[in-house]
Design a protein around this ligand. Structure first.
Ligand SMILES: C=C1C[C@]23C[C@@]1(O)CC[C@H]2[C@@]12CCC[C@@](C)(C(=O)O1)[C@H]2[C@@H]3C(=O)O
Ligand SMILES: O=C(O)CCC(=O)C(=O)O
Ligand SMILES: [Fe+2]
Length: 362
């Protein structure tokens, strides 16, 4: 199963024998940049995805008569439309947020970042156990093939890594990223308050949602680049997953690639609407709502012509927050999940990925 040496592109570092089951405890190897994508003419065996669920993607696209909802935040019905969207889809796009300028700025910084030569990028890798820097998606050890993707994760300020990349000229990047994260945080909190209200959660009491400084939410910004791929029908941009968040705000560049799985329909493309932000519901809102709100299963596919970017802002409660199916208390339903802290859930997900939820099912 090892690719031929001739197929092995420059800078490809094989982390484990191809075909072996990936070991989630090998997290320390995440940071290695696998490939200089520009030098690859033929999809290496190490990047060929064979699994059945992937094949279904490349057949006839699912013809769902209803596209992913697009909601205007200025609409007086916006809150109830969001709630409806999350009972059925677990995802919607928002317009009317007034953040277009920040979105344009961050996209041009992402283009600059991923356009650097590989030897430059190597100066800003995510260190073993570190949070910020270039590296593979955290979920990659669960898969025995590499994704056709490059990522740069940011937790807090990217200043140390930016200084490595642009010693004289790092401030512009840092300012853009800081402004973007501040704006995304405010929007995420606005959306979360709508959902918490619907779940009868008294958010006034949650100091992390009210910036009272006692504890802070867990946030991260993930910049993704999907270079043009020589064989897109056999490659995977970002493997199917649900987000470990309350909500994730995703900015897609013009080129489509994000797909969501809808029960009874299959994989559906989230057609980028110019200026829109996609809102994904993550695992924590699914648990809090006792399963009423869908934690949307999604993935990214690649194409042969155009490099695609996405910027995903994750918002989660603090690590000591207890996530419990509060809705069951309100409605008198049986709780479907046991209560656990964010820290416990993150640990479970790190070991079991999508099986984490079934492990806490009652
Ligand atoms: C806050 C987080 C969510 C994330 C893991 C992380 O700690 C930082 C990176 C995030 C990301 C981005 C790409 C997809 C994803 C599944 C991954 O591998 O890393 C998500 C993680 C997640 O939602 O579990
Ligand atoms: O590229 C995309 O559209 C999706 C990215 C994503 O799901 C993520 O970063 O969690
Ligand atoms: Fe995601």
């Amino acid at each position: 199963m090892e690719p031929e040496a001739s197929e092995r592109p420059k800078d490809l570092v094989l982390e484990f024998p191809m075909g072996a089951i990936a070991d989630p405890y090998r997290a320390h190897l995440h940071h290695i940049i696998p490939i200089d994508f520009n030098s690859v003419q033929k999809l290496p065996e190490s990047h060929v995805w064979h699994d059945k669920s992937h094949e279904s993607l490349f057949g006839v696209p699912s013809a769902d008569p209803l596209p992913v909802p697009v909601i205007d935040l200025m609409d007086s019905e916006a809150s109830s439309l969001m709630i409806q969207a999350c009972e059925t889809w677990g995802i919607f796009q928002v317009i009317g947020h007034g953040l277009t300028k920040f979105m344009e700025d961050v996209e041009s910084e992402a283009e600059k970042l991923f356009g650097l030569p590989v030897d430059q990028k190597l100066k800003a890798l995510r260190s073993p156990g570190g949070a910020t820097g270039y590296g593979r998606p955290h979920i990659s050890p669960f898969f025995d093939r590499h994704m056709w993707q490059e990522g740069f994760t940011i937790m807090g300020s990217p200043i140390d890594h930016a200084k490595q990349l642009w010693p004289q000229d790092y401030q512009g990047f840092c300012d853009t990223i800081d402004d973007y994260q501040n704006q995304m945080k405010a929007l995420a909190e606005k959306i979360i308050r709508i959902f918490f209200k619907s779940l009868n959660i008294n958010f006034e009491e949650l100091n992390w949602l009210n910036d009272s400084g006692l504890s802070s939410p867990g946030t991260a910004l993930q910049l993704n680049s999907y270079p043009p791929c020589p064989d897109p029908t056999r490659a995977m941009g970002m493997a199917a997953h649900t987000d470990t968040s309350l909500v994730t705000l995703v900015q897609q560049s013009k080129t489509s690639g994000l797909q969501v799985f809808k029960d009874g329909v299959g994989w559906v493309l989230v057609q980028p609407v110019p200026g829109a932000l996609t809102v994904n519901l993550g695992d924590y809102l699914h648990i809090l709502s006792n399963g009423m709100y869908t934690n949307v299963l999604h993935r990214a596919v690649v194409n042969q012509q155009i490099q695609r970017f996405s910027m995903a802002y994750f918002y989660a409660p603090p690590r000591d927050f207890t996530v419990s199916p509060v809705l069951s208390r309100v409605t008198g339903q049986m709780p479907k999940y046991r209560s656990l802290t964010v820290k416990e859930y993150v640990d479970l997900k790190g070991k079991h990925l999508e099986k984490a939820l079934s492990l806490i099912q009652i």
